[in-house]
Design a protein around this ligand. Sequence first.
Ligand code: NAD
Length: 433
Amino acid sequence: MRAMDAHTNDRKPDLTKCDILIDGSWQPSLEGRTIPAASPSDGEVFSYIQDSDSPDIDAAVSAARRAFEDGPWARMSATERGRLLLKSAQIVADQSEELAALEAQDTGKPMTQARNDISAAMRYLEYYGGAADKVHGETIPFLPTHGVQTIREPLGVTAHITPWNYPAQMFGRTLAPALAMGNAVVLKPAEDACMTPLRLAAILQQAGFPPGSLNVVTGAGETAGAALSRHPGIDFVSFTGSPEVGSAVQAAAAANHVACTLELGGKSPQIVFDDCNLDDAVPAIVNAIIQNSGQTCSAGSRVLVQNQAFDRIVDELAARFCKLVAAPHYEDRDLGPLISDRQLRRVHRYLDASENPDPVAQGVVASSAPPGGHYVAPTLYAPVDQALAIAHEEVFGPVLCCMPFETEEEAIRIANGTDYGLVSAVWTRDGGR
Ligand code: NAD
């Protein structure tokens, strides 16, 4: 696996790509401030991104408005927009190994995960490329003298604020549908990891997206992100990140009377009934919490197990947790480091709470992990009282809590006993459940 290290080092990111993209031109931020980009695997700075502010956001929103109202983007047919997305997907596929290496270096995630993420980003471009010219309105029977039809139209200038956990996937997921419909977009990726969004923007530009249709402005959330979310020139906001910032973004959008979508956190339960096939369930349950080191909004961070199966499930999970290894991205082990020192401190606040029971099992941090990286050993708790913070708050780390239940009603009550609702899984052979 060390060969991957050499591979990654062969492909140092091109620093010139860390400018921002406004109106088809790559440029530094107007005030010229930068933010260092360090790899979570070793804490070493490997590049710099622009620390943009309100004037850059103004320029990006104006460019998007011009593109939306006039110029090649405004005149492009849905079929042509779809072709550009499909062409972009092909370039992503051609450059996937290089993009995966960059994603792994920037986020610390193991190379296998980074490859999956680039593949997912590519599929978003491909899917919405195919969908672009298949968005139809309806004809509605109304009165003999009146025909009614609905027409689906772009919103206009759309703002996209994305998190650091899946930068490439988020790029594809939020921008591909907006572009397929003909919106002009302004993306503000997370300052903790935005290398692949910048590269992907360059790929879309190469595929032929015209100036102003796609603008990418990096920078801190409190400045660049806040300026974008409250900008009067935008028509829609898409936000993924923390509930606290989501509330602020929603309030800013409401002040401008524009719609927004929020994807916030989760404390997603895996509900395991005693009739399930344990051989299927256990590895999937482990993967659902260690993927991306637990920094996934849909991470399966709680396991609710029916009493009769509880000890067996916990024993099997413990046996697997003991063998888990957190290591630098280039070693491609079970999990990588957390994104930042801030995130590491957050996870430790949960792990170090005096109210916690002793862990049932813990993995290890590889001895090869550089001291500057942000590593935490995956940790399993069982049984855990639902009242404890680790059991009902989003930790956003590789921390799994097991809780027993007896009846379906009790399982549902525990599953719904958090402020979150994102995804859940049910493990049973009984389809009626
Ligand atoms: P965050 O909400 O602070 O950041 C998400 C995005 O919002 C980033 O692009 C950031 O720059 C921007 N932002 C920050 N402050 C802003 C503001 N005032 N106005 C507009 N934009 C702003 O999230 P984080 O600090 O990166 O992570 C903190 C917590 O958020 C995590 O521990 C986790 O609970 C949650 N989170 C959830 C997801 C998810 O996929 N749902 C992803 C990342 C983080």
